[in-house]
Design a protein around this ligand. Structure first.
Ligand code: DGT
Ligand code: CA
Ligand code: CA
Ligand code: ZN
Length: 579
């Protein structure tokens, strides 16, 4: 059980206790524990044998220690199971609906004993929600819209969560004798920002013999965290993991591994286009091979590269396989050379303990240096973000001093003094121009008033871009994947203004954001807007999230030249300088 899984169970328990109307102190203790576990840089599983270390985590007391011990011993938390039995697991789906909190769910439960999404939707349609205390017609409409959103995005997972689950399965399978290759395909391999289900391909001697394969499947289903088996066939086993993710594992012979990789990586649109192309050339393409139509001779199948070559195409990187022009480009040999993680020379959006980060300037610098970066920027929050302890003018000036001092004492990496300053409701920035002028780099971000009309939000962003101190617009659309839509504004107008003012757009690599998205990045490139790929780290370990940003950049066909922070330090400093 990893920290995320433990935190999930604590969160759920807190929500269920709240629905149950228990006292707020008890509810809060579970929520605090969830947050503490989530934030802990060490895995609880490594600490659990030493109660002292567990108790040293702020937010974990004796009661929670006992809970953790139970979870590791029994694989479950009895209170969690008890509450789930009382209210049924469908209650947890209701909690995922935006704007539907435990209090309202409790209200609905006590009035109608309804505890699933379908039931609540029916009540809303029949006008039975508006009659509840503190509810009205408006709430009802909002609820129906939220249910619609839930259906649209429900059942998908963030890229990092999907990647972590896939890695566990890969590790579990790699240990097994007779397994040679294990590769995730599907949307995960294409680097899509959310993933529906995992498609895992396996090959090796253990896949090629009936009895061996049966033994292999027996091994697979011992995977920790496996909840239920959905289908067990000859060449495939499908199952569901705790948390709801579905996994399809397919067994292949080495001769068809490349064809299967090509087929199951998708996307579907890309595959359909490639298959049509193959047909026109006199071939048939399946998940087993590329073969001649006339006499069924197999032409390719072992590797993806030989399949693309046989249909007259350059190799197309998985991130580009969305049928948005990549096939035409591969035919004309004009595919761009996509940016790679090694091209990134510095990460210029990160927070420290001075605001809501968890590490010091020095610790962040050491972590950035370890990753081979030549430069970085410390960009803490400004005062409008009160819950993050944002900086006012005076603290911001002091913080610059600290950053400059750290830069002087740490020779191996250049530390830029920056800020992530809030764009206020009217488009002005949250700190004075005098203070912003002292910064090497200013990221301007929207963190409030998300509900403005599109024209107002467009004006607001353009006003921020026009401020001569602004270097970068942070997470430009404000979307939170699977949680919150982007705020509304005219992207074309904003990109035009950014190009004109030489303000860069951020590609925020945080897996919940991935903002700008691939489509907008391509648009930005068309307008000549330069991109900066950042992590927005709040902890040293977050610096590794850059890989998710790189995947999105590749999905957007970006090259090294499109991205400012691939430049060497001097050129970057010049390019980012404002005024
Ligand atoms: P997801 O799971 O919704 O995030 O997206 P994918 O792309 O992983 O889709 P999935 O899991 O349904 O199928 C995996 C791949 O298998 C998909 O990307 C392409 C291939 N595939 C699935 N169905 C079809 C089909 O009907 N025709 C073709 N040509 N390929 C298909
Ligand atoms: Ca999939
Ligand atoms: Ca699938
Ligand atoms: Zn931010």
């Amino acid at each position: 059980m990893d920290n995320k899984a433990i935190a999930g169970i604590f969160y759920e328990t807190a929500d269920l206790l709240e629905i149950d109307g228990q006292d707020s102190f008890r509810i809060r203790s579970y929520r605090n524990a969830a947050e503490a576990v989530e934030a802990s840089p060490q895995q609880i599983s490594d600490l659990i044998s030493d109660p002292k270390q567990v108790l040293a985590i702020p937010g974990i007391g004796k009661g929670m220690l006992a809970n953790l011990q139970e979870m590791f011993k029994e694989g479950r938390l009895s209170l969690h199971v008890e509450m789930l039995t009382k209210y049924r697991p469908s209650m947890l789906d209701l909690l995922k609906i935006q704007g539907l909190g435990p209090k309202t769910i409790a209200l609905i439960w006590s009035a109608y004993q309804v505890c699933d999404v379908e039931g609540v939707e029916k009540l809303a349609r029949e006008g039975k929600i508006r009659t509840l205390p503190r509810m009205g017609e408006k709430h009802e409409q909002k609820l129906l819209k939220a249910i619609e959103d839930y259906r649209r995005i429900g059942g998908r997972f963030l890229l990092d969560a999907a990647g972590a689950q896939a890695q566990k399965i890969v590790d579990h399978l790699c240990d097994y004798p007779g397994v040679e290759k294990v590769t995730p395909a599907g949307s995960l391999r294409r680097g899509r920002e959310t993933v529906g289900d995992l498609d895992i391909l396996v090959t090796g001697p253990a896949c090629c013999d009936d009895t061996e394969r049966e033994k292999l499947i027996d091994h697979i289903i011992k995977l920790p965290g496996l909840m239920e088996i959905i289908a067990r066939g000859e060449n495939k086993v499908s199952f569901r993991l705790r948390g709801g993710m579905q996994v399809d594992v397919r067994f292949l012979s080495p001769e068809s591994f490349g064809a299967a990789m090509q087929y199951f990586t998708g996307s579907k649109g890309h595959n359909v286009a490639i298959r049509q192309r193959a047909l026109k050339m006199g071939y048939t393409l399946s998940e087993y091979s590329l073969a001649r139509l006339d006499d069924a001779t197999v032409v390719a199948g072992k590797t993806e590269a030989e399949i693309y070559a046989a249909v007259g195409l350059d190799y197309i990187p998985p991130e580009m396989r969305e049928n948005t022009g990549e096939i035409e480009a591969a035919e004309k040999h004009t595919l761009p050379v996509l940016i790679r993680q090694e091209d990134i020379q510095g990460d210029v959006h990160m927070h420290t303990v001075e605001t809501d980060g968890r590490n010091s300037i020095e610790e962040m610098a050491e972590a950035a240096r370890e990753r081979g970066y030549k430069y970085m920027a410390i960009t803490d929050h400004s005062k409008n973000l009160a819950f993050a302890n944002g900086l006012d003018d005076e603290r911001a000036l002091k913080h610059i001093e600290c950053i400059r001092a750290a830069n002087d004492s740490i020779k191996e990496i250049r530390i830029f003094a920056g800020i992530e300053v809030d764009i206020l409701g009217d488009g002005t920035l949250d700190l004075s121009d005098e203070v912003l002028q002292q910064m090497d780099l200013v990221i301007a971000s929207v963190h409030s008033h998300f509900g403005q009309s599109a024209p107002d939000m467009t004006d607001r962003l353009i006003r921020a871009i026009s401020n001569p101190n602004t270097s970068i617009i942070g997470h430009p659309t404000g979307r939170l994947l699977l949680r919150r839509d982007a705020y509304q504004f005219d992207m074309d107008e904003v990109l035009k203004a950014a190009a004109q003012n030489k303000v860069a757009m951020e590609l925020n690599s945080y897996p919940d954001r991935l903002d700008l998205c691939d489509r907008h990045l391509r648009l930005a490139k068309q307008y000549g807007v330069r991109i900066v790929i950042n992590t927005d780290s709040h902890h040293t370990s977050h610096l590794d999230k850059i890989k998710y940003g790189i995947l999105q950049a590749r999905r957007a066909w970006l090259t090294k030249e499109d991205v400012l922070n691939t430049l060497p330090v001097d050129k970057f400093a010049k390019a980012i300088k404002r005024g």
